[in-house]
Design a protein around this ligand. Structure first.
Ligand code: UDP
Length: 480
């Protein structure tokens, strides 16, 4: 590294909650551990959620801090009721952010693409912007192929599978599994795609060895500049960091896990904001009782109207038989997944959850619901080969009232197949464990993600030395 070069200053502007915010905080911490002066810009409410881990990093000498934006009088913070979704309007943050950036012009800002107004602001201020979209290379390649070739236009029904053309593996999807804005060409994400195109590049929470063919495709075929610096969750090294990640979690389920045999428990979670029809809980509960494996089931806070949601006496029975634990608030996901008793992960295939499962070597039951989760499912089951599909067929928006059900029989089959531990599952576990080692190596000195993080810092350093700021011409722009 160039000791003469000035210290690089990076700002991070995460989204206002959920599965996009958590990894960006980790990524800011990761860059600080590489020596970049990192400032996380958030709302005052958000700052409270992770200030302890930042304090611990500061005490370890890492150059990291939080800047809480002071909203204008009368403005309501977009995360005031903790229910932000991808479509939450965050423009109220624009003015205080602008004031901050005018005073502290950083060498770059890594920002979440859900701040749809932000790219224009950064360009106006001449600040180099790097986009973060929360997912990996694989779903981006799938999305690009579908945009380019429109294979879903060539099938006869919503449920007829089509091949996603031009990808390194044979990937099939159905029209019903595509986001509505792709199906009806309403293009609500076009703006975000354009923002990504014109940015300096993308910081990606992934590692090369997870998806080498797709990282290459993303960089070479799609002409994107990308730094794969993950898995970001691995920067949480001690139990306190892991327990406090996201929100304060109830630890009691960990003690319950201590009593269980290795690989005997199924962990069930559908992300930071589980969104199901009440009838779906009933189907899951029946399937769990019928399959008779131990489980931890995170139902989240959205679990209302419990009478309708669970079979009568369900909770009493699982408590008495010690078969299961229901978590109503926030679960310590990293600590659960790395516990030796956990042998399977039923997941909605959110990118973070998927990656966290990978880091702990836990095979998965894949149950995609929304966003890019149907693509992520294919990565787990068809490319990496350690997942069992539950058979989810309908993409649903976060806000949609209409929620499709997966019936109990399908859930039961998937649970028995994964937790039954036959030869197929032994193979899955083997493949999953191999990837754990690769993930850990990637973030260690000399690993692929370590090198990518350093490469971005070095690039920022050298342009700082040369006095260049703001937007730069992209390699792929030069090619045209
Ligand atoms: N998470 C957690 N405890 C919970 C629920 C979620 O720690 O009870 C974390 C999980 O570890 C992951 C994130 O929240 O890092 C969810 O992100 P993901 O991309 O999987 O799903 P999303 O919430 O964005 O749909």
């Amino acid at each position: 590294m160039d000791s003469e070069a000035p210290q690089v200053e990076m700002c991070f502007f995460p989204y206002v909650g959920g599965g996009h915010q958590i990894p960006m905080i980790d990524i800011a911490r990761l860059f600080a551990s590489h020596g970049a002066k990192s400032t996380i810009i958030v709302t005052p409410t958000n700052a409270l959620q992770f200030q302890n881990s930042i304090l611990r990093d500061q005490n370890s000498g890492h150059p990291i801090s939080i800047h809480a934006l002071q909203l204008l009088d009368g403005a309501i913070s977009p995360d005031s009721d903790m229910s932000a979704t991808p479509s939450t309007d965050t423009t109220v943050l624009r003015e205080p952010l602008e004031l901050f950036l005018i005073e502290h012009k950083p060498d770059c800002i890594v920002f979440d693409m859900f701040h749809r107004w932000a790219a224009e602001l950064f360009d106006g201020l001449g600040i180099r912007r790097i986009v973060f979209n929360g997912s990996g290379c694989f779903p981006r390649c799938v999305r690009e192929s579908i945009r380019k070739y429109e294979p879903h236009e060539k099938v006869g029904s919503d449920y007829e599978p089509f091949l996603v053309p031009g990808l390194p593996d044979r990937i099939e999807l159905t029209r019903s599994q595509l986001p509505v804005f792709i199906r009806d060409k309403s293009g609500s994400s076009d703006r975000m795609a354009k923002d990504e195109e014109k940015s300096f590049g993308a910081v990606v929470n992934s590692f090369y060895e997870l998806e080498p063919a797709y990282a290459d495709y993303f960089r070479k075929e799609m002409g994107k500049k990308a730094w794969l610096v993950g898995p970001a969750s691995l920067c949480n090294k001690n139990a306190t960091d892991k327990a406090e990640r996201g929100k304060q979690a109830d630890q009691s389920c960990l003690r319950w896990l201590d009593e269980k045999e290795p690989n005997s428990v199924l962990y069930i979670s559908f992300g930071s904001k589980p969104s199901f029809a009440p009838g779906q809980f009933l189907e899951i509960a029946h399937a769990l009782e019928a399959s008779n494996y131990s489980f931890i089931w995170v139902v989240g806070k959205t679990f209302k109207d419990e009478e309708r949601c669970l079979p009568g006496g369900f909770e009493e029975r699982i408590k008495e038989s010690k078969k299961g634990v229901i978590v109503r608030g926030w679960a310590p996901q990293l600590l659960i997944l790395e516990h030796g008793a956990v042998g399977g992960f039923m997941t909605h295939c959110g990118w973070n959850s998927m990656l966290e499962g990978v880091c702990c070597g836990v095979p998965m039951i894949t149950w995609p619901l929304s966003a890019e989760q149907f693509s992520n499912e294919k990565l787990v089951t068809d490319v990496l080969g350690f997942g069992v599909q539950v058979g989810s067929m309908e993409w649903m928006s976060f806000s949609s009232e209409k929620k499709a059900l997966v019936v109990r029989a399908k859930v039961e089959v998937a649970v028995k197949r994964l937790m039954g531990g036959g030869d197929e599952v032994v193979e899955m576990r083997k493949r999953a464990k191999e990837l754990v080692e690769k993930a850990k190596k990637a973030v260690q000195v000399g690993g692929s993600s370590y090198i990518d993080a350093d490469a971005l810092i070095e690039e920022l350093k050298s342009s700082k030395k040369n006095g260049s700021r703001g937007m730069m011409v992209q390699p792929h722009q030069l090619m045209h």
